[in-house]
Design a protein around this ligand. Sequence first.
Ligand code: SF4
Length: 292
Amino acid sequence: MHFVDAKGILTGKNGYYGMNIYRGCSHGCIYCDSRSRCYQFTHPFEDIEVKRNAPELLEKVLRSKRKRCMIGTGAMSDPYMHCEEDLRLTRKCLEIINKYGFGAAIQTKSDRILQDIDLLDEINRSAKCVVQITLTTYDDDLCRILEPNVCNTKRRIEVLEEMHERGIPTIVWLTPILPFINDTEENITSIMNECVRTGVKGIIDFGMGLTLREGDREYYYAALDKHFPGMKQRYIRTYGNSYELPSPDAKELTAVYKKICRENDMMSTPDECFRYMGELPDKHSQISIFDL
Ligand code: SF4
């Protein structure tokens, strides 16, 4: 881990901002796109870059904004990876978001998010807080191989339960689905049943498959060689050097999850989910004259 003073903290435009406090990730998912070469890391992916001045930068920006909106975090690195336990920078940023009446959309795989549940509750009551959890693999033994340094799916489902009990809305990222590994109807149905039970509002899926590019591909193939002998060759035979690797059963698996969404009134497309996460109800979006 190393520390930097960042120049900026928010990306995006009026209406929705993204924020990455950390760069790199310690969760070790074998398929992680964020380690791809195109992101131009100048340090090892596991040597986390910490934007130590993130809270100060965030406060400076939010203080000057007249229109409130949603702020997302977790797109490029998990905001609740191991170092957050000590550094608490995600928490400090959420406190600032809460202080200025903004909303938050947080994406994680980690149960460390529960350490901030009171704060999430407050943000949700005063503005809006959406928690996004990634679930790829119902079988926890397989999950341990694919996502080795973060809590298993069973525990993530408990996180969804906790959020549901508090009335904090949740979205599940059902992606990536790895061809010949977790692309089974049983896996998708089991995850979806838990999503229904825990009141998840919407599912994000990008076509029941995986993407691979330079940097990410080498890491993934090395993991396949280690844990699934012969699988790399099967991938190369099936997909060559493609960026998109849809499951051969993508159509059927998509139909399975869409049906469950329809029957349970859940959002089932990325567009719907992103629109929902970008919306801050009107009553919260304007600063009243009493706030000035
Ligand atoms: S949690 Fe996300 S950012 Fe971290 S290693 Fe896994 S896929 Fe990559």
